[in-house]
Structures are given as structure tokens and as C-alpha cells.
Design a protein around this ligand. Sequence first.
Ligand code: ATP
Length: 326
Amino acid sequence: MPLIEAKDLVKEFRRVRPKTGAFSTVRTLFSRDFEVTRAVDGVGFAVEAGELVGYLGPNGAGKSTTIKMLTGILTPTSGTVEVAGVVPWRQRERNARNIGVVFGQRSQLWWDLPLRDSFRMIGRLYRVAPARYAQNLDRFVEVLGLASFLDTPVRQLSLGQRMRGDLAAAMLYEPPILYLDEPTVGLDVIAKERIREFVAGLNAEQGTTVLLTTHDMDDVERLCRRLVLIDHGRVLYDGPVAPLKEKYAPHRELVVQLASPAEVVVPNADVVRAEEGRVWLSFDPRTTPAASLIAEVSAKYEVTDLSLVEPDLEGVIRRMYLEREG
Ligand SMILES: Nc1ncnc2c1ncn2[C@@H]1O[C@H](COP(=O)(O)OP(=O)(O)OP(=O)(O)O)[C@@H](O)[C@H]1O
């Protein structure tokens, strides 16, 4: 049985359409004229225990609204969700024990308290046994590098430090599920990598099931084996990363550095760029294996260096969205 299962999930937001003109405030107050936004429009997916799934889509696609329904913050307009056998919005407290949540844009920590006290409050709130609590705290302090700012009030922490604190707080009570909404937004490269390493470790070592929304394709490349792509509140793709790349970016690039500039002509590959002896060749690995192309180029030209370039996921997803729109 899946650990997380959403079926035909719909969420509509109704907002009174504001009136203009004389007595507009009073007329808005008594208005029956609603504006309806269907943020999530029939989403369905199932996540098995131990998966690490990227939940992606353009701005306004409905990602955060879905996560909010999975956490129980929002009640859907229709459809069903079960998370570890619990309907999140009916049993919010039971659901909360099963999930850790990190929203990159906002902290769950107490702003005026030192990180250590925030952790203590969370430990008490979730009734973590003292020995277990101490063990978990020690581990997170070590792997997330929290020691130097554990006694600093949260409001004085840098964004990267706060995010690490938020991650530790979300996992202190060992929930089997972790929802991450833009966990690396605004962080520098090193801080991002640290977060990714931590999440990958939780998934690999603890078997934590992770649902990740992000706009950062490096997060996705590094962490996700499966993607659920949504747009306008609907699922466009649900499956592994590789076939998506194959379908929307079947070509690979071979970059060769020649000893001296030359016009490269080889069958089964197109020169897409050439600059001072560096040549970018595009080829289809389904018909031309990389090894045979490399052998061919090396036999004909004096090659001093070469590399193979994989298609990047951002381009793949962009191409998919463009194709659907067109
Ligand atoms: N409380 C709300 N009231 C009215 N409309 C809302 C509310 N929350 C979200 N929406 C609308 O629902 C749609 C989906 O929003 P959502 O935040 O789920 O998208 P998202 O995929 O998370 O986007 P982003 O990547 O920009 O965070 C948007 O059109 C948004 O304006």
C-alpha cells in the first residue's frame, strides 16, 4: 500500500470579487459575486515508502496548495488523500507526527529563542523520549554543522543556518515522511549542497520518504529518481527522470578540443558550435553510440581533450511545457 496517496484532488479558492464605484466597500461586503481559482484540478499520485519524489511545476501550478492538503493545513474541495493511513485534515495531530515539513520561505522555529530552545520545545511537543532526543540532536548537530550557532536566537541566523535548523527541527521526532517546499531557495552553493547531502542521507539511511518541490534543477538532478510534473493543477508527467530526458532531449553533445582549429565533418553528428578549436557535436545515442563517435573523431582529427554533456533537466522540462502549450 502506498504511504502517500492522493486521488482526484481538487482545491478551489473562492474570493469575493471586489466592487468598484460608490459604496464599493459596503457593496463588496454583501457581494455574492465570487471569483473562483481552481489551484488543484484533479491531481492523483501514489508514493511508496522510501521514495524521493520531485513535485515540480511552473509558478502557480498548484504545488504548494497540494502540499498544504497533504499536511492537513488545507481541506480539499473534493478528492481524497491518505498519508500513512491518515486523512490529514481530519486528524491533523496524528498526521503531524508522521510528517516533517520545511517551507523554505518561512521558518517554523521560534524567532526569539535560541535554536537549542526551539528544538527542546519541539521535542516536548512531540513527546520524544529524552535519550532518543539527545541522540537525534547530537546527530543533527554533527551532520548539519549546527554547533557554532545552537545558542543563537533564530532571528540572528543566516538563511542557510536557519534552513539547517529548520531541517533538524522537522526530523527531531523521526517522522517517516518529509515534505520540502523550496528548501534551497536563496542559499549559496555550499549551503545548498549541504542541505542536499542531508536529505539524500535521510532517504538512503533512514528510509525517509521525501516529497520535494523546487525550482532548482540541481536539487532535482541530485536527489530525485522520480518526478511528478504539474501545470494548471493537473499532472502532466509521473515517472522516472530518464525517459523524460530521452523523449524531450534525445540528443547528447560531445565536446572535443582539437590540437588546431579545423572544420569537423563526421557522419551521424552535427556541429552545433565551434570556437577556437573547441567543437560541440550533437548526436543521437540511440543510433550512434558515444564510443563509436569518439573513435571516429579521434581517428580523423588530433583531439587533445573531450567530454560528453548530458541534457540538463531544466531544458527538458521547459521543452515539455512548450510542447504541451503549443
Ligand atoms: N489562499 C489562496 N487564495 C486564493 N488563491 C490562491 C490561494 N493560494 C493559492 N492560490 C492560487 O492558486 C494557484 C496555485 O498556487 P500555488 O501556490 O499552489 O502554486 P505553486 O505551484 O506552489 O506556485 P509557486 O511555484 O509560485 O510557489 C495560483 O493561481 C495561486 O494564485
